[in-house]
Design a protein around this ligand. Structure first.
Ligand SMILES: N[C@@H](CCC(=O)N[C@@H](CS)C(=O)NCC(=O)O)C(=O)O
Length: 125
């Protein structure tokens, strides 16, 4: 636990060690039953999901006032939280044993190897 003071916002930072699966403790379950960080606790108000936290009043002030610039900032936040970040979550890494087994089995086929993304003419290596 760490108490910090930025220019105008004081807050307490509580780290949740995902490698030790601290997101599954009973205490954290009360904050976010989806077992994901980040979570913002403001008195008795609790909100999870970085996009929703961004839109909460205090952080909303960090967004540009110009509606076009604001839209571009929200676009970046949405792309990260909806399209990029979900692919890196611990819940989807190193799982899907059946798909992994099929992939390992197919890898012995020359046709399968030849069709791999990195072997395509337009692959960016
Ligand atoms: N869309 C959510 C995603 C939250 C998320 O996936 N958090 C990751 C860490 S960046 C997490 O808590 N992972 C724990 C797990 O996968 O068990 C957000 O933007 O807050």
């Amino acid at each position: 636990m760490l108490s910090l003071q930025s220019e105008r916002i004081s807050y307490e930072y509580k780290a949740v060690d995902l490698r030790k699966e601290k997101q599954y403790t009973a205490e954290f379950d009360k904050l976010n039953p989806m077992h994901l960080v980040p979570v913002l606790v403001d008195g008795d108000f609790v909100v999870s999901d970085s996009y929703a936290i961004l839109l909460k009043s205090i952080l909303r002030r960090l967004l540009p006032r110009d509606p076009r610039l604001k839209a571009l900032n929200l676009q970046a936040a949405s792309i990260i939280s909806s399209s990029i970040q979900p692919l890196q979550m611990l819940t989807v890494l190193a799982k899907f044993p059946t798909l992994r087994r099929i992939h390992e089995s197919y890898k012995t086929l020359p046709e399968y190897e030849a069709s791999s993304p990195e072997r395509q003419p337009d692959a960016m290596i």
